[in-house]
Ligand binder design. Sequence first.
Ligand code: GRF
Length: 218
Amino acid sequence: MSSRKRVGVLISGRGSNMASLIEACAAPDYPAEITLVVSNRPGAAGLEKAADAGIATATIDHKAFSSRHAFEQELDGALINSDVELVCNAGFMRLLTDFFVERWLDRQLNIHPSLLPAFKGLDTHQRVLDAGAMITGCTVHFVRLDTDSGPIVAQAAVPVRSDDTADSLAARVLAAEHKLYPLALRLVASGAAQVKGDRVVRNNASEEGPALFWPPID
Ligand code: GRF
């Protein structure tokens, strides 16, 4: 029996973050494996990417359920049936109720394209530009009931350029997301990062690292 953590990934769309996790899991020493990918949207492009990688997929269309709770029960059942131990939300566009959040408490991660707690919610990159922020980024955090909140596992800082559009900024942040999510999942799956109260504590972590100055400092 493998000691790798069994991970279920929840998606709603193209699944590029899911693909970055699949790629990371291909390394023999990576402490997690993806055993199931679930989309709440039929035909999500990420489903085909997962199937191409030989991963089991399921579509659980939220529109087919009379309540959020009924949808989440079905989702929970699919994860349990696959013996999933950790859930990674990757562009999963459903608000979750306390039922599902509690079921997977401290066992569910999400990635958000900003430096939380700034710029929670949708339309993130346009709001970053409108605010005149010069550094943005992305965050992987444990899921709590409040949207885009919860103990932070890892963050990457990304500069905002003066000629950025929401699309060009999204692309730069997405490239960082693809590195950050595999890093964060490795920390959690290996036990190197653990939730203690409202924060994540890391074992044996190097606390060294350069500051990002933007505009750059000479
Ligand atoms: C990413 O920017 C993620 O941070 C946000 O939704 C987007 C999903 O992209 N939650 P993808 O489906 O992983 O390509």
